[in-house]
Design a binder for this molecule. Structure first.
Ligand code: KIV
Ligand code: ZN
Length: 561
C-alpha cells in the first residue's frame, strides 16, 4: 500500500459561518483582465516572440479585453521591448489599459516606470509573497517584514506616479497582489491589503485593485470563496478597493473557484485563454465567459470566432487545446451515443417547430453556432450511434427528412458500414450509403419513359392514367394502368406486368434543393412477403418522384433476394 499521502497536511479552512456566497448567483460579468502575455507566456516552453505577442495582443483586443497584462518589463529585455513596441507603434486602443507586473523592489519598480513612458492607460501591478510557508522557507521573515516590503513598494510607486504624471498625461492605476494569498492567515491578508490601500491613497473615487491570488490552488473551491468573502467583509477600506481574483488550477477546479469567488464578492478576474499558465495553468477566461453566456448573462467578451481564436492560440503558444475542452474542443459538439443523438435531433426539431426563442436542445448546453461552429457536424456516426443519428445527419447536412418508420432500416445500414470500417464515418459517407442504397438503385427495373394524365371518370370523378416503358434486363416493356392517383395508377400498371406481390404501406414527400433548383423527394414504404422496406425517388415532378420511389423499393427487394 502506498502510504505517501501521509506526508501531506490537509488544508485548514477558515471558520466562517457568516458566509453568504452560497446563496448568490452571478448576474453580471466581472471586469476581465487577460494575463496571457505574462503569466501565460512565462509558462511556455518556447515563450512567444515579439511578432507572436503582438498578434496575440491584437486578438485579445478583438475579443474585447479592456485590461491586458503585457509583461514583466523590469525582468526581461524581451518583455521590455514588447511593451515598447506596443506603445511606440501605437498599437494600444484608447479604451484598453495595459498592465505591467513588478515585484515590490525598488530597482525593478524604477525600471518599470521607465518602460511605461508614453503609454496612455497603465495599471502598475506590484506584489510580494505573504503566505505562512513562503515567509518560513523562502524569505525567513515575519508578517511585519512582509508588510514593510509592500508598504515601501507602494510608497515608491506613488512617488514615481506623481513625478511621471507631472510631465505627461499618462493615466496610472494601481494593483497590489499579496502573492500566495490563499496560504496566508486571513487577518494578515486583510492587514497588508489595508496598509497598501492607505499608502496608495485609495478612495472610493480612485480605487486600487486588490488582487487575491490562489497562487497555488490549495483546497476545494468553497474554501477560496470563504477567504474572498472574509476579506471583502473585514477590510477597512473595502470601498476603496476593486477585489480581483487570480486563481490557478492545481487541483483542476480553477473555474469553480473563480465562479464561487465572484459570488463571494469579487469584482474582477485575471486569467488566460484556455487556462494557459504556470503548472496546471490559470483560470480559463474563455470558459468562465461562456459559462456566463450559457446562463443568459452578457460576458462582455466575444468568442463567436472560436476556431480562429483556438488557431491563433495554438500557433502562438505551441500548446494544443484538448479535444474535450469546454466550448472550444474539437469534440465538444459531437454526440456519439445513439440516445444522445436522438435527443439532440428531437430538440432541434422541437425548436424549429415551436419557434422557441430559447435554446432547448438536450446534451448541447450551448448553440454551436454562437461559437462560429455551425458548419461542424454536431453528430458523428459510429457503431454506437442510434438510428436517429443517421437520420439527423441526412436532415441537417443534406436536407433529406427521412420518415420515422425509415430510421431503423437506414440506421442498420449505417451501423453495418461503421462496423465494417471499424471507425466512425463522416456525414459524406452516410450520404454515400443513402445514395448507393436508394438513389442509385436502377435494376432490375428501370423507368425509361412515362406519361401521367387525367381523364374524366364520370360523376365528377377523376381517373389518373399512367403510361410508360420499363426496362427489365435486355427487355423493354410498355406499361400502363389507371387509378385514383399517380401511385395507384402505377401500382396497377405494375400488376399488369405481373409485379403484383407488393402492397403500399406509407408515403411521405418533401422538397429538397439540389444545387440551383429544388426537387421533390418521396419515400415509399411497401409490404412484401418478408416484411416492409422503403424506396426513395427524386424528381422535379412530385408524381414521378413517387413512381420512382415505388420502383426503387421493388428493385431493392428483388436485389436483396
Ligand atoms: O499567481 C500569482 O500569485 C501571480 C501573482 C504575481 C499575481 O501570478
Ligand atoms: Zn499567477
Amino acid at each position: 500500500m502506498n502510504l505517501g499521502y501521509k506526508k501531506y497536511k490537509p488544508f485548514q479552512p477558515i471558520s466562517f459561518p457568516e458566509r453568504t456566497w452560497p446563496e448568490k448567483t452571478i448576474t453580471k460579468a466581472p471586469v476581465w483582465c487577460s494575463v496571457d502575455l505574462r503569466d501565460g507566456n512565462q509558462a511556455l516552453v518556447n515563450p512567444m516572440n515579439l511578432e507572436q505577442k503582438l498578434e496575440f495582443f491584437q486578438m485579445l483586443c478583438d475579443i474585447g479585453f479592456k485590461e491586458i497584462e503585457v509583461g514583466f518589463p523590469s525582468a526581461s529585455e524581451t518583455e521590455y521591448e514588447i511593451l515598447r513596441a506596443l506603445i511606440d507603434q501605437d498599437r494600444i486602443p484608447e479604451d484598453v489599459t495595459i498592465q505591467v507586473l513588478v515585484q515590490a523592489r525598488e530597482h525593478l519598480i524604477r525600471k518599470t516606470f521607465e518602460a511605461i513612458e508614453g503609454a496612455k492607460n497603465v495599471i502598475v501591478h506590484f506584489y510580494n509573497s505573504t503566505s505562512t510557508l513562503q515567509r518560513k522557507v523562502v524569505f525567513n521573515t515575519d508578517m511585519q517584514g512582509v508588510i514593510d516590503i509592500a508598504v515601501e513598494g507602494a510608497r515608491l510607486i506613488r512617488k514615481l506616479t506623481e513625478e511621471i504624471t507631472a510631465s505627461s498625461d499618462i493615466n496610472i492605476r494601481y494593483e497590489y497582489s499579496p502573492e500566495s494569498f490563499s496560504g496566508t492567515e486571513m487577518e494578515n491578508a486583510v492587514l497588508i491589503c489595508d496598509r497598501v490601500l492607505e499608502e496608495l491613497g485609495a478612495t472610493p473615487e480612485n480605487p486600487v485593485i486588490i488582487n487575491l491570488p490562489n497562487t497555488v490552488e490549495m483546497s476545494t473551491p468553497n474554501t477560496y470563496a470563504d477567504q474572498i468573502e472574509y476579506c471583502c467583509r473585514n477590510m477597512k477600506h473595502r470601498d476603496a478597493a476593486i477585489i480581483s481574483l487570480h486563481p490557478h488550477n492545481d487541483r483542476g477546479t480553477a473555474t469553480a473557484a473563480t465562479e464561487l469567488g465572484v459570488m463571494a464578492g469579487a469584482d474582477r478576474v485575471e486569467g488566460t485563454l484556455f487556462g494557459n499558465g504556470e503548472r496546471t495553468g490559470n483560470s480559463d477566461i474563455m470558459n468562465l465567459a461562456m459559462n456566463l453566456y450559457s446562463q443568459g448573462v452578457d460576458p462582455e467578451l466575444d468568442f463567436s470566432h472560436m476556431n480562429h481564436i483556438r488557431e491563433v492560440y495554438e500557433r502562438c503558444t505551441q500548446l494544443k487545446v484538448h479535444p474535450r475542452h469546454p466550448y472550444a474542443g474539437q469534440l465538444v459538439f459531437t454526440a456519439f451515443s445513439g440516445s444522445h443523438q436522438d435527443a439532440i435531433n428531437k430538440g432541434v426539431n422541437f425548436m424549429q417547430r415551436e419557434k422557441s426563442p430559447y435554446w432547448e436542445v438536450p446534451y448541447l448546453p450551448i448553440d454551436p453556432a454562437d461559437l462560429g461552429r455551425q458548419y461542424e457536424p454536431i453528430i458523428r456516426i459510429n457503431s454506437q450511434s442510434g438510428k436517429g443519428g443517421a437520420a439527423f445527419i441526412m436532415h441537417q447536412n443534406f436536407g433529406y427528412i427521412l420518415p420515422k418508420a425509415m430510421h431503423p432500416e437506414f440506421g442498420k445500414m449505417v451501423k453495418k458500414a461503421c462496423d465494417q470500417a471499424g471507425r466512425e464515418i463522416s456525414p459524406q459517407e452516410v450520404f454515400d450509403i443513402f445514395q448507393k442504397e436508394y438513389l442509385d438503385v436502377k435494376a432490375p427495373y428501370e423507368l425509361l419513359s412515362y406519361k401521367i394524365f387525367e381523364e374524366d371518370g364520370g360523376q365528377g370523378q377523376v381517373i389518373v392514367d399512367f403510361e410508360g416503358s420499363i426496362r427489365h434486363g435486355d427487355d423493354t416493356r410498355a406499361v400502363s394502368g389507371k387509378g385514383n392517383g399517380p401511385i395507384d395508377a402505377f401500382f396497377n400498371a405494375l400488376h399488369n406486368i405481373g409485379l403484383d406481390h407488393y402492397d403500399f404501406v406509407s408515403y411521405s414527400e418533401h422538397a429538397v434543393s439540389t444545387g440551383a433548383d429544388s426537387k421533390a423527394v418521396s419515400y415509399i414504404q411497401l409490404k412484401h412477403e418478408g416484411g416492409t422496406l422503403f424506396g426513395v425517388g427524386v424528381d422535379s415532378n412530385i408524381s414521378i418522384a413517387s413512381v420512382k420511389g415505388i420502383l426503387c423499393a421493388i428493385n431493392r427487394n428483388l436485389s436483396a433476394t
